[in-house]
Design a protein around this ligand. Structure first.
Ligand code: PRP
Ligand code: URA
Length: 209
């Protein structure tokens, strides 16, 4: 479990509780998802590399840090992962954005990949894969397989709510990948939904049913 980082910040906990509440409507749900992604991103990006540059302040010459290396890639798993992109772009406005389209079969709960478009030079970028829900883990495992098969090397994942089953499956499949989680819930139900969870994240973000 050493590559699993569960958020402890009270602001994140508070916002996740509001997100879970069935009375939270689409507009508020989107705002909260964005804010949680930004707060989690702040933690997940704390080891970004910097380089020293010379600048002049109005007072004097000085050497100060700026972000170094290729721009990170944010890769949401469609659809629900899209809800986390805005919050991360607020932190990293110049980041590249890739997309992986996946959906779970309602009966088997197995993921199906229907789209993948990643930024160029993916092997040189930090890749931040985002999806609010880690249920069986199948979607995130396949998404990371896809990114690795296209050359991705430095990968971090961010999920707002996870099941214990999903965390175990993911860490077994990708022990080298850091997994940032907002909250780890009790279990999966017979439909492979997270309990207590928040319901269907995609439907709540996009107002569909
Ligand atoms: C949800 C969620 C994850 C996946 C998690 O997406 O956003 O991608 O299920 O389940 P897993 O861990 O068991 O694979 P869904 O397939 O419902 O698609 P959507 O985002 O288009 O609603
Ligand atoms: N996908 C969701 O949106 N919610 C769950 O609880 C499980 C999968």
């Amino acid at each position: 479990m050493s590559n699993v980082i569960v958020m402890t910040h009270p602001l994140i906990k508070h916002k996740i509780t509001m997100l879970r509440d069935e009375r939270t409507g689409t507009n508020e749900f989107r705002k909260l998802t964005d804010e949680i992604a930004m707060l989690m991103g702040y933690e997940a990006l704390s080891d970004l590399k910097t380089r020293e540059v010379e600048i002049k302040t109005p007072i004097e010459d000085t050497v100060q840090p700026l972000l170094d290396g290729k721009k990170p890639a944010i890769v949401p798993i469609l659809r629900a992962g899209l809800g986390m992109v805005g919050g991360l772009l607020a932190l990293l406005p110049s980041a590249k954005v890739g997309h992986i389209g996946m959906c779970r079969d309602e009966k088997t709960h197995k993921p199906h990949t229907y789209y993948c478009k990643l930024p160029t030079f993916i092997e040189e970028r930090l890749v931040l894969v985002v999806d609010p829900m880690l249920a069986t883990g199948g979607s995130l495992i396949d998404a990371v397989n896809e990114i690795k098969s296209r050359g991705g090397k430095t990968i971090k994942c961010m999920c707002i709510i996870a099941s214990p089953e999903g965390v175990s499956a993911f860490t077994e499949a990708h022990p080298d990948v850091q997994l940032y989680i907002g909250a780890v819930d009790r279990c999966l139900n017979e439909n492979a939904y997270i309990c207590p969870g928040l319901g269907d994240a995609g439907d709540r973000i996009f107002g569909t049913k």
